[in-house]
Design a protein around this ligand. Sequence first.
Ligand code: HEC
Length: 86
Amino acid sequence: MKRRLTFVTILLVVAFAGVSSAGVWETKCLMCHKEGNTMKAPTKAAMLEKHKTGDDFMKAAKASKNPMMKMQKDDVLNAATKELYP
Ligand code: HEC
């Protein structure tokens, strides 16, 4: 019984990790960049409109002086950029 529980837990963890790595934008960015947020973070649609390429987008992300963007890690930004500009 205990063993089976461990197995199920591992499965759940793997499944969950898979989901979160599949959606960096959803898991790491969207909580701030969602429609109607109060901190003036632009939405995905607004940014896709403003920044035509992934390079542009990445530059804007890095150029932001906002402390909330300063704490975003490069590799996470990169992964999110690849999602939004495939
Ligand atoms: C803790 C909240 C928060 C998180 C998490 C966050 N952002 Fe932001 N982001 C902001 C805010 C607030 C701004 C607006 C700051 C400004 O005007 O410089 C911003 C601005 C940006 C900009 C610049 C927009 C422009 O047109 O100048 C980009 C690009 C961006 N974010 C990308 C991302 C990506 C990609 C992620 C996920 C890896 C992310 N952000 C996660 C709060 C956040």
